[in-house]
Design a protein around this ligand. Structure first.
Ligand code: ASP
Length: 335
């Protein structure tokens, strides 16, 4: 049984809605079917940014881009965007992908010194004949498109890397502490966001700095369509967080969508995908985290994780700050 907890203390949108009588009722009509879901507790605020788009009848695609942009620049978290941890050479590289339910998609991997990889991914989708650009080529394209080049590595991230060099041990942690807390030790996570708009169209976005202390040039699942993200208007959408190599091995987000196509609920589909990870690598699965989040075309949400502690945020016209905990195979971590 999934635990549910509501976080009511923040929420610019909720405050705004209260401040303007009547706005909420109008909002509900405009976005009756709309819903946005995101990985981890920072998904609550990312959802708020996306909801501003959905509540006014905007598209799911615009909504997920807005939510991911929030995470890339407003959130200061060691696992996403400008505060992300670097690779083992001290270089911060970002991965992102975006996809809509008609199969249009774009992504960037190992992108350096550009603050909004999700928007570059969208430009790849809209302005090139390709799906994915990596490294220098991705950066060159971003600059051509008007994105500013800027040094992103924060002093805190650089210091964390210098500290890490003392042992230089690559050891991904299983959601070690509560997310978004100052000083937390998380060394990997991703904002994965899925949305359905008032027209019933789906879209998704994924953005991350990947695994802290990864090898230079390592690409995770997040920018790989079908691994970290997959969306199909006929069925639903799925995204992932955790050690990306496991998602890539299992084409996992595609798998979750295909399982939903065969009639599984979002939660069951995520559970079966997790079971595949366990069956393929039973020993490794005990020490690493993998999490899936899915949204079907009816707006139903489900999730499943390898280890306890995966939380995801749900936002719709009725509930803006709903944070839920996923069920898991192993109950090894307490929130
Ligand atoms: N999936 C990301 C990666 O492998 C990291 C994470 O979400 O924890 O790059």
């Amino acid at each position: 049984m999934t635990d549910r907890r509501r976080f009511l203390q923040t929420g610019l949108l909720a405050a705004g809605a209260l401040a303007v009588p009547g706005m909420r009722a109008q909002t509900n009509n405009a976005s009756a079917r709309a819903r946005v879901v995101s990985t981890w507790d920072f998904g609550v605020q990312a959802n708020t940014a996306a909801w501003r788009v959905l509540e006014t009848g905007g598209s799911a695609l615009d909504a997920v881009e807005a939510g991911a942009r929030w995470a890339e620049s407003e959130l200061c978290n060691p696992t996403v965007g400008h505060c992300g941890r670097p690779d083992r050479d001290g270089v911060l590289t970002l991965d992102a992908s975006i996809m809509d339910g008609d199969g249009r998609c774009g992504s960037v991997a190992a992108l350096q010194d550009i603050a909004h990889p999700i928007s570059v991914a969208r430009r790849v989708m809209e302005k090139t004949p390709h799906v994915m650009l990596v490294g220098e080529g991705a950066q060159q394209f971003a600059v051509q498109q008007g994105f500013a080049k800027q040094r992103l590595l924060t002093p805190a991230a650089e210091q964390a890397w210098r500290d890490w060099l003392k042992t230089a041990e690559y050891k991904p942690e299983i959601n070690a502490e509560r997310r978004s807390q100052p000083g937390n030790k998380d060394n990997h996570d991703t904002l994965g966001m899925l949305a359905i708009d008032a027209q019933g169209k789906l879209a998704g976005a994924c953005t991350t700095s990947g695994m802290a202390w990864k090898m230079h040039g390592r690409v995770g699942d997040s920018p790989i369509i079908g691994a970290g993200l997959y969306v199909d208007n006929e069925v639903g959408a799925a995204t992932a967080s955790g050690v990306g190599e496991e998602m890539i091995r299992n084409a996992a987000s595609f798998l979750v969508v295909e399982l939903m196509r065969q009639g599984r609920t979002p939660a069951d589909a995520c559970r079966e995908a997790i079971d595949r990870v366990v069956r393929k690598r039973p020993e490794a699965s005990k020490t690493l985290q993998v999490c899936f989040l899915a949204l079907n075309k009816h707006g139903e949400v489900g999730a499943f994780a390898l280890h306890k502690g995966f939380v995801y945020a749900v936002c719709d016209a009725d509930e803006h700050e709903d944070l839920r905990e996923s069920a898991s195979v192993y109950a090894t971590k307490q929130l």
